[in-house]
Write a protein that binds this ligand. Sequence first.
Ligand code: MG
Length: 466
Amino acid sequence: MTFRLRFTALSDVGRVRRDNQDSGYAGPHLLVIADGVGGAARGDIASSAAVEAIRKLDVPPGNDPLSELAATIHLAHDRLAEIVEGHPDLDGTSTTVSAAVFDGTHLAIGHVGDSRGYLLRDGVLRQLTDDHTLVQSLVDEGRITEDEARVHPHRNLILRAVDGVHEPEPDLFTTEVNVGDRLLFCSDGCSGVLTNDALAALLAIDPLETAASRLVSAALDAGSSDNVTVVVAEVVEDDDEASPPAFVVGAAASAPHLRISDESTGNLSDSEFAALEGLPIDPEDLRYAPQPPRRGSALRILAVVAVVLALLAGAGWGAYAYSQTRYYVSDNAGKVAIFKGVDLDIWGAPPLHHLVKSTDISLSAIEPYFATEVRNGKAVESLAKAEKYVAGLPLKCADTSTIPVPTTPVVTPTPVKTPTTTRHPKPAAGTTRTATPTRTPTPITLPSPSPSATPGTGTSGCTGAQ
Ligand code: MG
């Protein structure tokens, strides 16, 4: 006996963001959620391109829907690589993907990132997907609880995505469904602010369309600052009733990936390039761990500029006094260390910085994103904030709550006498930006089918995206 799906989808830009980078799709044979990542790098293009590639599966599935799903996720990866290769301004864009192909009795699910799939049966909600996030890896190791993960400062950092650079490595598995089951696929703008109890209660509301709207409004009322997208479905008896048209919501509904790229040439028009310029920096820029961080921080740049300007004006003592109110966290012989002053050397003048605390934390043991940030010199306003930053540095597959920060005797700085304006170059280790991998077309490979795999068997290790 086979069943069919009733389905709907809804997406809301939310109350904070100016654009919607989520994309959703719901059809008779396919449910998809894609949450674009990249901020100014246009996550909307990534999520809409992914949905466009995967929606081809909304047809009666063949004998191996899991392999077909894996193949289309790789197609989305290849499509994104083509777009970014033609338009370097889009470097850094990526998207989560959670998709389910329905064959009448089972769901074949492919999943990358931190969007989620849920199944509600007899009032019990089961999360089908595992988050590919830093905090989930800490939860899996028993280092933090689910409740702690919800408020962790790095809870939004994802370790795997479809980005056109790294092989997407989706979790692939199947699950059986029964009549009456309700399904929810949603972006973190929904699951990140609603408890499982709330999700279960809202998903159970009749009719299905009301459940979708109540899920979105509840997420916004709960304080979600993100785009909120839900794709919901119910398994019903197959009564031969014709299915309604598919729902396409969010960024995919306006297909920005098609407008931005001339498919015959792959080129942006001048007006399209101009439209990309001047876009504000978005926190989404820093959401995906494999993306290298921006060089330096605004705080550090302001501190350096202030010191240089003060020295140029001849206010040597004032500059020195100012520099000694600052702190930064940087690399000291491969270990994380806290320095007082500013990360600046002036020819002929005593150092404007000195070591105040060293640690036993090796930079090689820290998540790559944060290791690069430390090498660049992370400026902070006080010693207390420096210690808090160090204590919060995420280790690879390890909790950071017990990182020791031993105090080390240090030298006493000497006042500035005759400052000049020559700046020494930074050490090479602190100035090297991670090279962008060469983008080459990736051949589509069909992974071996694993129809017997079960939910939760994904390999969401801390370094899985590297
Ligand atoms: Mg989101």
